[in-house]
Design a protein around this ligand. Structure first.
Ligand SMILES: [Mg+2]
Length: 275
């Protein structure tokens, strides 16, 4: 991975050679710093304003791709007429699309049982936050201080979910200090983006379009892998972390600087070549 701001000329070249931009970004840890509690990850007004400008500009097609529920992410971002791919793509909503996976709907009953059993077993542990996101359940342990509690959480999760995992009734994944209990669907961020590229984006976002993807966690690394060498992929975080993105930036603050730069550059290009 290369540090994005050391290679900004190459990136500017990509902006110049492509007339349109599909800008897809993760939310937590990418647009906002990771917070102790997910409820505290509020989008800064500066970042929101850049995203609003992009959403109103015909050069851009903007999408937020997140593990959060649709309801939550729409409330946090609060920008109309953009694409929201929530719960790792299980719920999609945007211009001309409103979708939730039927397989995921079927799995809700199992998820609800697991949620209740996890709640029973873990609610006495200080710092555990069990989040029912409708189609998925997140078990956050960022605030759990004792190592033996963290171990107990992992063991409890394994024993409760094992029968479901064994018969492929649910799917487990991990993120930053969080376990995700997901329905057994093939949808993830990477497959969702591939589907959107083939079936969804408007025709004028076909040729001469640059896809930019920004993300900071394991689910985003799957996207980088799927898009490898084809597009502009940017990892947010420590460059020593395993990631197949082309570039990295250190923090959501640097993401803000990049987004401002991107918007300014595309305007510059538009001014040079009026349509
Ligand atoms: Mg993230």
């Amino acid at each position: 991975m290369k540090y994005l701001f050391d290679h900004i000329q190459n990136v500017n070249e990509l902006f110049k050679t492509n007339t349109k931009i599909i800008l897809l970004t993760d939310y937590d840890g990418t647009l906002t710093p990771i917070q102790e509690s997910p409820d505290l990850a509020i989008l800064s007004e500066e970042v929101r304003q850049i995203l609003v400008k992009c959403s109103l500009d015909r050069t851009f097609f903007l999408g937020i791709i997140t593990g959060r529920s649709l309801k939550q992410i729409k409330k946090l971002v609060n920008i109309p007429k953009i694409l929201y791919a929530a719960n790792h793509g299980i719920e999609l909503e945007g211009p001309g699309i409103r979708f939730s996976s039927p397989e995921a709907k079927k799995a809700r009953c199992n998820l609800w049982h697991i949620y209740m059993r996890l709640f029973q077993a873990l609610h006495h542990i200080e710092g555990v936050y069990l989040e029912d996101k409708g189609y998925t359940v997140s078990l956050h342990y960022r605030l759990v201080k004792k190592a033996k509690d963290v171990e107990f959480i992992a063991k409890t999760l394994t024993s409760i979910t094992k029968p479901y995992v064994e018969r492929n009734a649910i799917f487990l994944s991990t993120g930053k200090m969080v376990y995700e209990i997901r329905p057994p669907v093939t949808w993830n961020k990477a497959t969702t983006i591939q589907w959107l590229l083939t079936n969804y984006f408007p025709l004028n976002f076909g040729e001469n379009t640059l896809l930019i993807y920004l993300g900071d966690d394991k689910a985003d690394i799957e996207v980088f892998h799927a898009l490898k060498n084809k597009e502009l992929t940017i990892f947010v975080g420590n460059p020593l972390d395993t990631s197949t993105a082309e570039y990295y930036v250190h923090s959501p603050e640097e993401v803000r600087v990049f987004l401002e730069h991107l918007y300014e550059q595309k305007h510059e290009v538009q001014n040079e070549c009026p349509q």
